[in-house]
Design a protein around this ligand. Structure first.
Ligand SMILES: Cc1cc2nc3c(=O)[nH]c(=O)nc-3n(C[C@H](O)[C@H](O)[C@H](O)COP(=O)(O)OP(=O)(O)OC[C@H]3O[C@@H](n4cnc5c(N)ncnc54)[C@H](O)[C@@H]3O)c2cc1C
Length: 386
C-alpha cells in the first residue's frame, strides 16, 4: 500500500500543534538551548503517541516509518518549533544495539531509551584521541564476568546529566590500532567514575571530562564482539554525521535569524542599512536549499540501499558552516552593544544574549563529531584517491 505523505504531514502538524507544550515551543522558537528537562518531556509525549523512535524498526519499538516519513517528521517538528528528539540514545547507540546487541540487551536497553529513562552520553574522545579516534588508550580488562575500566574521556557532552555512557575501550593491544577496541555501555553511577565540568566559550555547561578508576561493569554490557568495537563505532559515526534533523533545524535557524534581522531593521529605521546582512541571508538560504537537495539525494540512496559515500561528510560540512554564518548574521543584527552586556553579565536572560551564546556555540559545529578538515580529507580521498 502506498503512503499518503501529504496526509501524514497533516497528521504530524496537528500533533505538533496540540501535543507540544507552549512553554517548550517558546524555548525552541526563541533559539534558546533545549535542556534535559524539555528533551525528556518531549520524548515522553512522542513515545506515548508511539512516535518515540521515528528511525527505529517496529520490532524494536520504533515507528517503522520509511526514510521519507522520517524526513517529514523532522521538517514538521522544526517548522512547528518542537525540540528535536535527543540524539545520543535514539540516534546513536540505539541503532547500534538494534544491529549488534543480543536479544537480552535489546530487551533490557531499548525500552529505557524509548521512554526517556536512560539518558546516554558518548565516551569516544580522549585527550590526544579525537580525529585519530582509534589511538584511544582507555582500557578494559576482563576479570571473570566483569570488565575493569581505567582511563579518561574528554569533551563528553551532557555527562553530568546522563545516567548511561556508551564508550570505546581498548581490550587488547594489536598491531593495527583499529583492532582490540570494544564498545561498552556503563551506568554513570558506577563506583570509580568522576565527572568534571569544562566550561565552554558559550557560557553553557555541556562539556565534561570523565575519569574511570577501576570501574567494574558486568560483561554483558559489551556490545558486539570483544575487540571488534571499531565496526560498531563506524556504524554509529555514519549515523552521527547524517541526521536528517540537521537540515531541518538549519532551516529553523534561518527563519529565526531572518525574523531577527527584520525586527532589527524595523527598529533601526533609516539609521542603519541592512542590505549587506540581507544579501548574506539570501546566500545562506541558497545553501540551506542546497543542503535539502543533498539530503533528499542521500535519502533516496538509503531507501535503495546504495552506499552513501561522502554525502554525510558533505552535508555535515555545509550544515556546520552555514549555522556559523547564520549566527554571525544574528550577532551583526543584535549589535556589539549586546555583546558587551553579555560579557559583563554572562547568563543574563535577554534575547540578545541568547544569540551571542548561539554564535559562540556554533563555533563548535565544525569540530564536534569530526572536524571540517577531516571531512574535507574524506571528500578529497574520494575525489582524488589521495
Ligand atoms: C561541542 C563539542 C561537543 C563534543 N561532544 C563530544 C561527545 O559528546 N563525546 C565525544 O566523545 N566527543 C565529543 N566531542 C569531541 C569531538 O568529537 C572532537 O573534538 C573531534 O573529534 C576533534 O578531535 P580533537 O578535539 O581531539 O582535535 P584533534 O583531532 O587534535 O585536531 C586538532 C586540529 O587538527 C586538525 N586535524 C587533525 N587530524 C587531521 C588530519 N588528518 N588532516 C587535517 N587536519 C587534521 C583538526 O581538524 C583540528 O583542526 C565534542 C567536541 C565539541 C567541540
Amino acid at each position: 500500500m502506498s503512503i499518503d505523505y501529504a496526509a501524514f504531514r497533516r497528521e504530524l502538524e496537528e500533533f505538533a500543534r496540540k501535543a507540544c507544550p507552549p512553554e517548550i515551543r517558546a524555548v525552541v522558537a526563541a533559539g534558546q538551548k533545549v535542556t534535559k528537562r524539555e528533551y525528556q518531556a518531549w520524548q515522553k509525549i512522542c513515545n506515548a503517541k508511539g512516535w518515540g523512535a521515528p528511525s527505529w524498526p517496529k520490532e524494536a519499538g520504533g515507528t517503522g516509518w520509511d526514510i521519507k516519513q522520517r524526513l517529514i517528521f523532522e521538517e514538521v517538528m522544526a517548522e512547528s518549533d518542537c525540540p528535536p528528539l535527543y540524539h545520543h540514545g535514539l540516534g546513536h547507540i540505539g541503532p547500534v544495539i538494534i544491529r549488534f546487541g543480543t536479544t537480552e540487551q535489546k530487551a533490557r536497553l531499548l525500552p529505557r531509551i524509548l521512554d526517556g529513562s536512560d539518558w546516554y552520553c558518548q565516551g569516544y574522545s580522549e585527550p590526544g584521541s579525537g580525529s585519530d579516534l582509534a589511538s584511544l588508550q582507555t582500557s578494559a580488562r576482563r576479570e571473570g564476568d566483569e570488565y575493569v575500566i581505567n582511563g579518561q574521556k574528554i569533551w563528553t557532552s551532557h555527562a553530568h546529566e546522563a545516567n548511561m555512557i556508551y564508550m570505546l575501550v581498548r581490550t587488547s593491544k594489536e598491531p593495527k590500532k583499529q583492532d582490540g577496541i570494544s564498545l561498552l555501555v556503563v551506568p554513570m553511577d558506577t563506583q570509580g567514575i568522576t565527572v568534571r565540568p569544562i566550561k565552554s566559550i558559550d557560557g553553557w555547561h555541556h562539556l565534561n571530562e570523565v575519569f574511570f578508576d577501576e570501574v567494574r561493569v558486568r560483561a554483558d554490557n559489551l556490545l558486539g564482539e570483544e575487540g571488534k568495537g571499531w565496526t560498531c563505532a563506524k556504524y554509529l559515526l555514519e549515523r552521527e554525521r547524517l541526521p536528517p534533523a540537521n537540515v531541518a533545524r538549519l532551516e529553523l535557524v534561518r527563519r529565526q535569524v531572518t525574523r531577527l534581522v527584520d525586527e532589527a531593521a524595523a527598529a533601526a529605521g533609516a539609521r542603519r542599512d541592512f542590505s549587506t546582512l540581507r544579501h548574506k541571508l539570501l546566500l545562506c538560504e541558497a545553501d540551506v536549499k542546497g543542503a535539502r537537495v543533498l539530503m533528499a539525494n542521500a535519502t533516496d540512496d538509503m531507501i535503495h540501499q546504495r552506499p552513501l559515500g561522502v554525502q554525510p561528510s558533505v552535508i555535515k560540512m555545509i550544515c556546520g558552516e552555514c549555522a556559523q554564518r547564520l549566527t554571525t548574521i544574528a550577532l551583526d543584527a543584535v549589535g556589539p552593544q549586546a555583546a558587551q552586556r553579555f560579557l559583563a553579565d554572562a547568563g543574563e536572560d535577554v534575547a540578545e544574549a541568547t544569540w551571542i551564546q548561539n554564535y559562540m556555540f556554533t563555533r563548535s559545529r565544525t569540530i564536534a563529531g569530526g572536524t571540517a578538515e577531516v571531512q574535507r580529507n574524506v571528500v578529497a580521498n574520494e575525489l582524488f584517491g589521495a
